[in-house]
Ligand binder design. Sequence first.
Ligand code: GUN
Length: 284
Amino acid sequence: MATILDGKALAAEIDKNTMLEVQKLSDRGITPGLVVILVGHDEASQLYVRNKERRAKKMGFHSVIRNLPETITETELIQIVQKYNTDPTINAILVQLPLPAHINDFHVTMAISPQKDADGFHPLNLGKLILNQANQTPVACTPSGIMEFFKAYNIPLDGKRAVVIGRSAIVGKPMAALLVNANATVTVAHSHTTNLSELTRKADILVVAVGIAHFIKADDVKPGAVVIDVGMDRDVQHKLVGDVDFKEVEKKAAYITPVPRGVGPMTITMLMAQTVSLTKWSSE
Ligand code: GUN
């Protein structure tokens, strides 16, 4: 049976460190400020944003939630982002994705100051990551949370074959860059990939971010692999499940993340840690 990578426990451990950093900043009269901008009424997004606010308050941050109407124009949204770029009480700006179809995500991401980029999605920051120059640079929270699992459980990456399924700017692309930077040999698969299971069966490290419940079965997994499940899907009974058929794959993998209590809790934890880092970097 696989060792379960416990996201809840690891997140709590990292949160403790973040709280210590918040205390150190507080001793210097500095409070980290995070603004989360939510456009429209997407239910899943509202839930994520509420969770972020709860954690930010618990950490002692200055936490601002900006709920904006679905009808806001791209220009108006960009003007609001620019206001926070120059607001001295705000150190980190997050625009919750997806945005309504009439707004171009990329234009909005470009408008965020790279120094206040809570998600690390700005092309300057993503570019630095790809060039392996991401020192004092924000990095996408879900992939950096996954890297923390490898570190905490002493899982070697050097020389390993990694397969990342998904090529989004939120998960797949930054994940692939982090793994390459850690000397893994990385294949990025996506919806146009043919013979996917031929690839996944060779993966020492398998990161799955497809958004389809139980997409990966035991047959798709190499014995002894490390399986990371980024999925937050609903099964037929509307229960929260991952992209990996956990019950089956657990018997074959060496390490596996569960859903819930795997990757999910790590993402918010890394966002909090990154907000504190951005605050520190800007005060140096
Ligand atoms: N929507 C789903 N995940 C994320 C994330 O990590 N950041 C933002 N901004 N939006 C998301």
